[in-house]
Design a protein around this ligand. Sequence first.
Ligand SMILES: [Zn+2]
Ligand SMILES: [Zn+2]
Ligand SMILES: [Zn+2]
Length: 503
Amino acid sequence: MRMDSMWSKVDLSAVGVGRQSGGALINALQAGEGLLMFLRWQAIYAMLTAAAGESGVALDSVDRRVVDVFASVSREVAIALRVAASTADRQAHLAVEAFERLPQVARLMRDGVISVAAFGEIVLQTTGVEDADMIAAVDATTAADLREFGGVSRKDASDVARRAVAELDPDGLRARREARGKGVTVSTDVDGADVLIATTVQDAAVIDASIDAVADSVCADDTRTRGIRRHDAAVALLTRSEFGCGCGNPECTATAPASVVADRFASVVVHVVADASTLSGESEKAGWLDGFGVLDAHHVREIAARSDAAIRPLDIAGLADRTARAGDPYRPTTACDTAVRAVFGSCSEPGCARPAWRCDLDHVCEFDHARPEAGGATCVCNLNPKCRYHHLCKTFGEGWVDDQIVDANGVIWTEVTAPSGYSVRSRARNQWLLPDLGLVPCRHGEPVARGTVETSTQPERSRTRTQAKHAYRMRIRSQRRFEQACAAAAHHAAFVEDGPPPF
Ligand SMILES: [Zn+2]
Ligand SMILES: [Zn+2]
Ligand SMILES: [Zn+2]
């Protein structure tokens, strides 16, 4: 018997899908996937509830004790999806998560705010939380945070949930963290072998940075890929052998003797950002480890207590006086540099998880080297981290515009707009870590205010191509900001007229 899917006959234009194109269409289709998965889990959950009811057992006992009831449901799911029993079990598990433990987060998936994959990340982060009230609080906090987030990637979802767990269930998280094993395993297959080191996130970060420090010591003529160089560096470090440059030039001075390697190690830095109150033990506010993500407060204190830790206070208030280096308006001060990397946490491109301290700092509105006062400021409001790849995309991509906005509440937003006009706005990922940063007043003028930029649509011939592109971007940003300010004002007026929303 042949069964055609009914989906090919559904008129999706009724929900607007036919009228969109480009990024907007792709995003709308992803939202549809979230809705369909929600409905799938709802159906599986109904099967589980019915089976539990017939057997006279509570549903929370289904996936632990009543194997026969659960197995029957799981088997039907397996044949419907044509998957192995273990995959069907996983679906049943996610259905229970979506309807019992994380109902508010699941509704975000239904409504297209987060993807199915992001939901899976949140399940992973919250799986150890057992207390019913605790998981309800984690669910509510995570959902509330993500609803206001803007474009949410898997990593964003994971970080938001981890922070909720770290602050609401710090003892539980610490216990699970400490229970995790450490060890080194070597496994072999026919063609090679893997060495796996299970360790703490802070030691992993130090190992990672150390491998980079050695792997990057070669000269420009080295022919190996970065991956191979990192491998060669790691093996050399573990076997106390020499890591040489691969250029083949016998005169190359980049081949490092042990003393040079030791010097390089002294400069390996791993960044942790935390509140002073967390360090002193006055609060359980979470911290951030560059390249990993959210740390619970105890973990922060544990790392701060290491003999090799150096603690430097970050003077946020001082940013009101100076954000660029004296005599070099292009370079941010150390405090400004640190604050910007910390508040973004990673590359500012939605979905890119490249750690902030491995990114370039980009002037969103381009710095004007000839006339610094006319271009984008070297300031928190106009700087964000971009990985080398996305920095290149910005510099050479035609028709793309990226913008950064600090709203009236001091929340820092970035917005990237594709040539098609599709745009994604996202809150700075670690706004929670430095909530006051966006409230520090700027001392510079507003270079992108409406009316201060060239308004002719044709770039003038006297400008270089780059100047013209920068001017174009400034104009687009200015227009978009103006339109958004108008929309926000209209939205606000509507709220005032209609009274508060019904939630
Ligand atoms: Zn060389
Ligand atoms: Zn990136
Ligand atoms: Zn500023």
